[in-house]
Write a protein that binds this ligand. Structure first.
Ligand SMILES: O=P(O)(O)O[C@@H]1C[C@H](O)[C@@H](CO)O1
Ligand code: HPA
Length: 287
């Protein structure tokens, strides 16, 4: 089921009628990383269940609140909880909030996620700046832009070779170094799978050989829709667990470890994002 421009606009208009905050930056929080929303000042909060057309969060670690506010003086909107394919939603419903961001006036989207590390140099707790992605569900025909294209959002065939804004990646790297995060700040390629089962050993080995540094179950669909409608994108993966690549390993991926690592690194991740937001303003990067 796809959502029309008019349906997205009705939701955006409904939100704008309830708050005077006009966000330029939209933030999507990954599993266990919703604390970012608590940094916003002068909050106006909506439970997803109260927003017309909005899906509901069903996953532990995704609170289900849309938070408007200011981050270091910049008007922002933050999804404290995102939607995933494995929750059973059509892919267009998962990405609906991104189009609502656009209609609210957002021009830069910052996304975070929890991911398993495939790159053998990565450690649990590393923060990876996403420089590219591999869209596995897309290979099988599950792309959020499938179906009729509405030119009011964007072109039928959007380019994805520049999906992740290079200036913002560079800026985040500089900010991370200044904050003393150099030891755990990385960059790499994120591969999305549909989940909810974690990967087998053979799958992890294959993904690594294909060029993925981290594997997860989100973000890419949102990035595609954000780029389609012309917003700048910056994304971070927190490496919450090492993907199991070895048949002798006793390790087993599990959601509790994912949330636990999120808690341990949340402070640094939040500081990195909030400082980046300030620098976006200082560098006047907006188009
Ligand atoms: O929303 P994200 O991508 O951070 O969530 C990841 C993927 C699964 O939803 C969950 C697995 O623990 O965390
Ligand atoms: O190992 C993982 N695989 C897929 N998704 C994930 N999200 C957190 N960790 C993982």
């Amino acid at each position: 089921m796809s959502y029309t421009y008019e349906e997205c606009k009705a939701t955006a208009d409904w939100l704008m009628a309830q708050t005077d905050i006009r966000p330029r930056i939209g933030i999507v929080c990954g599993s266990g990383l919703g604390g970012l929303a608590n940094l916003l000042k002068d909050q106006v909060v909506f439970n997803y269940r109260d927003i017309p057309n909005f899906p509901q969060s069903t996953v532990h670690g995704h609170a289900g609140r849309l938070v408007f506010g200011t981050l270091k003086g910049r008007p922002c909107v933050c999804m404290q909880g995102r939607f995933h394919l494995y929750e059973g939603y059509p892919i267009q419903k998962i990405t609906l909030p991104i189009r609502i961001f656009k209609l609210l006036g957002v021009d830069t989207v910052i996304l975070t996620n929890a991911a398993g590390g495939l790159n053998q140099d990565f450690k649990v707790g590393d923060i990876m700046i996403m420089k590219d992605h591999i869209n596995m569900p897309g290979f099988a025909g599950n792309n959020p832009l499938s179906g009729p294209n509405d030119e009011r959002f964007g072109t039928r065939f959007p380019c994805m070779s520049d999906a992740y804004d290079r200036e913002l990646q560079q800026l985040a790297m500089e900010v991370g170094q200044e904050l003393g995060y150099g030891d755990f700040l990385r960059e790499g390629v994120y591969c999305v799978l549909s989940g909810p089962s974690f990967e087998t050993i053979a799958e992890c080995r294959m993904l690594h050989r294909l060029g993925a540094d981290a594997v997860g179950m989100s973000t890419v669909h949102e990035v595609i829709v954000a780029r389609h409608c012309g917003m700048r994108v910056f994304a971070l993966s927190l490496i919450t667990n090492q993907a199991v690549m070895d048949y002798d390993s006793e390790e087993k991926a599990n959601h509790e470890e994912v949330l636990q690592t999120g808690k341990q690194r949340s402070e640094q991740l939040e500081r990195l994002v909030s400082t980046l937001v300030t620098r976006i303003e200082h560098n006047n990067i907006y188009a």
